[in-house]
Design a protein around this ligand. Structure first.
Ligand code: GYE
Length: 329
């Protein structure tokens, strides 16, 4: 009896949804039941404005949305997960067509992603990913392979130090705790340098991807460790902040301390060309055009690949000098 009642309720609900859906749009709208005027509205929750990379990423997203005729609702979460969750809930209420976001940390998204899914609003992850076991909570993830970036940085160092006869002391400036690029770059770098037991990470701490964070933590590193040979910073900005601390400690960056970073934004590339940095693994922030393409496809109900990787390279000092004049970000 109860089962029959449940079945009937489900049938009624299904027909209501169907009729409602047809009445609302009469086409293949897969968005959150928004009125269909042909225009796509995207709700985007950005991590913050912590670095040159982030600023370039935000510009890319805003410009590409305008170029693609997509109406963009944009929120800056100031590196706080709670702000991102709030923004996503707002977008669900506003019945946007697509939600895109760059998760500040990897964990803790299941509930809000489920809310979006239940509301029928597709979610695209961009730049950073989440660790949710249920992959149906989002349509696709567009961004870099951060483990690879860390590995490329580590492999370069292994090659540089292959003739080192004694210990090479490395300090590491991590991104914000729990962020995918912090976890993954640490992993890739650690795995790559493990081939040479002389290469040792003697200190590793978060500098939150900011210049101020990089400077402050590097000062502590320098105070606590008389011999630092290498700095691996998870982004250019922390490396740039660390330059100040290194110079203030009477050391020459790029000579006394080998500096490796990730991103290759203009200021980082300038430091590399000037001989203050030694190597950069690139991470492209120009994700806007691909993101807008994906939004259109997802809205039209087309299948999209579950993972789309950004193409990237690495730069030595010489290569930075060549690339700088035409660098876009
Ligand atoms: O490397 C860093 C930024 O998530 C790839 O976040 C991004 C990272 C980037 O703050 O500079």
């Amino acid at each position: 009896m109860r089962k029959m009642r449940t079945q009937r309720a489900v049938a009624i609900l299904a027909s209501v949804l169907l009729v409602g859906g047809v009445a609302a749009c009469g086409n293949s709208d897969t968005g959150g039941g928004s009125k269909d005027d042909g225009k796509i509205t995207m709700g985007f929750s950005q991590v913050g404005a912590e670095s040159g990379w982030r600023t370039a990423n935000t510009t890319s997203i805003k410009e590409s949305a305008a170029a693609a005729g997509i109406e963009l609702k944009f929120d800056d979460a100031q590196q706080k997960q709670e702000n991102q969750i709030k923004a996503i809930r707002n977008y669900i209420q506003q019945k946007v067509d697509v939600i895109a976001f760059s998760p500040v940390v990897e964990s803790g998204w299941d509930t809000v992603l489920k809310e979006a899914k239940d509301a029928g609003i597709p979610v695209i992850l961009t730049d950073r990913s989440v660790d949710s076991a249920d992959k149906t909570l989002y349509k696709t993830f567009l961004g870099s392979d951060f483990v690879k970036e860390g590995r490329l940085a580590g492999e370069w160092l292994v090659e540089q130090k292959k003739t080192a006869s004694g210990p090479v002391n490395i300090v590491e400036l991590q991104g914000n705790t729990g962020a995918a690029p912090a976890n993954d770059r640490k992993k890739g770098f650690g795995e790559a340098i493990a081939v040479n037991p002389n290469l040792k990470i003697i200190a590793s701490q978060p500098g939150d991807f900011t210049r101020a964070g990089g400077k402050q933590v590097m000062e502590q590193f320098l105070k606590a460790n008389p011999k630092i040979d290498v700095l691996f910073a998870h982004n250019d900005d922390m490396g740039l902040g660390a330059l100040e601390a290194i110079t203030a400690a009477g050391k020459v960056p790029g000579k006394d301390i080998t500096i490796i970073t990730v991103d290759a934004v203009k200021d980082g590339m300038q430091a590399l060309a000037d001989g203050k940095f030694n190597f950069i693994a690139e991470c492209s922030p120009l994700l806007g055009p691909q993101l807008m393409d994906l939004a259109k496809k997802v809205k039209a109900g087309e299948e999209v690949p579950a993972r789309i990787e950004t193409e990237e390279t690495t730069f030595t000092q010489e290569q930075a000098k060549e690339a700088l004049p035409t660098r876009k970000y």
